[in-house]
Design a protein around this ligand. Structure first.
Ligand SMILES: *Cc1c(COP(=O)(O)O)cnc(C)c1O
Length: 360
């Protein structure tokens, strides 16, 4: 039997990925030119499948990068000349904030305790901030920001750009993209693909902003600027030689998800999340790290452990069930369990049975 990875990224591959990978090798996809018609077709397919699956407006753009980490940097370079504002509630949102500082911007933040989410209000946000950064699902703690909180800021501050890191939640959340300007993810989380490909969704406001910065003589980077990604993207191409194989897999897996149906994926995610949260609540050795139900993530469930978490992780490993440790300082204090579209109800039920049967 193989291991089943419930780690929050990389995670288990989407159950069809291996089959697509074999087909890709048979078709020699890794060797094709990224300037060929065959590549353009793969690119166009990935974009149109993602737009259909995630209900992304036609006039929004989808670009591809090396990772989500890269997108943090590209958003700041292209959309912020002086000042960005960040909601910080864990290691990933903190990293986005620090990226802005490292790029020499003034960055300000409202920071709340790990395991919670801010209750965003326009009063938090300096008038001169050009961009407001949210982390929809803080993977280090399992806290998920309700989308309504983000839309509220859109109403109050329509002139500021809104960026949403949805790396470990997409495709689960039903985001109204009209109420934000940019969102992004990387494929080794919810899409169950090998790491090394970031997906960047942007609207024209972001593109205009990047052009404005460039016209003021501010560096917006080199090959992965928004104008450069756009001019190549309009031809279904990329500025550099991209991860063609992964782009192919993304096109195929998003097509599989379309056939399954996004509503079904969301329903199953809710069911599996409820099962996991219930198990954590009932368990003598576990308790939910995120106390407020409305902030509990559906895609990354984080539990505090009454014993060193490595003892729990090791026991499950004997059963070939691989779960995540706590993040950073919480390494021995938490377990983290991914609940992504590839994790079947049966697999989650098996995990839950084994968690319930743990020896202290
Ligand atoms: C994993 C993760 C990232 C970074 O993704 P990479 O693919 O490693 O660059 C950023 N934000 C969140 C919330 C994540 O979970």
């Amino acid at each position: 039997m193989k291991n089943i990875f419930f780690t929050p990224g990389p995670s288990a591959l989407y159950f069809t990925a291996e089959e697509h990978l074999k087909k890709a090798f048979k078709e020699q996809v890794p060797s094709i030119s990224h300037r060929s018609k065959q590549f353009e077709k793969i690119y166009a397919e990935a974009v149109s499948n993602l737009k259909a699956l995630l209900n992304i407006p036609e006039d929004y753009h989808i670009f591809f990068t090396g990772s989500a980490t890269e997108i943090w940097e590209r958003i700041i370079e292209n959309c912020v000349s002086r000042h960005s504002f960040h909601y910080v509630n864990g290691a990933f949102s903190q990293r986005f904030y620090e990226t802005a500082q490292e790029l020499g911007r003034k960055a300000t933040a409202v920071t709340v305790a790990a395991g919670t989410c801010a209750n965003p209000s326009a009063d938090d946000i300096p008038e001169d901030a050009e961009l407001v950064a949210f982390t929809h699902n803080e993977t280090s703690t399992g806290a998920m920001q309700p989308l309504e909180d983000i839309y509220k800021i859109r109403q109050a501050r329509p002139h500021q750009l809104i960026a949403v890191d949805a790396v470990s939640s997409i495709p689960y959340p039903e985001i109204d993209y009209r109420q934000i300007d940019t969102a992004f993810f990387s494929v080794q989380k919810g899409f169950g693909l090998p790491a090394g490909l970031g997906v960047w969704i942007v609207n024209d406001r972001c593109i205009e902003k990047s052009r404005q910065l460039a016209s003021e003589g501010i560096s917006i980077g080199s090959y992965h600027t928004l104008p450069s990604l756009l001019s190549k993207g309009q031809k279904n191409q990329t500025p550099e030689t991209p991860n063609v194989l992964n782009l192919y897999l993304l096109a195929k897996v998003s097509d599989d998800m379309l056939h399954k149906g996004i509503a079904q994926i969301r329903r199953e995610t809710d069911y599996k999340a409820a099962l996991l949260q219930h198990t954590v609540e009932q368990h003598p050795l576990l308790s939910a790290f995120v106390k407020e139900k409305k902030y509990q993530s559906k895609t990354v469930v984080v539990a505090e452990t009454g014993i060193e978490s490595s003892r729990i992780i090791e026991q499950l490993k004997q059963q070939q069930l691989i779960i995540g440790s706590g993040y950073g300082d919480y390494k021995q204090k938490h377990i983290r369990i991914a609940n992504f579209p590839t994790h079947s109800k049966e697999q989650i039920e098996m995990l839950v049975d084994n968690l319930t049967g743990l020896k202290g």
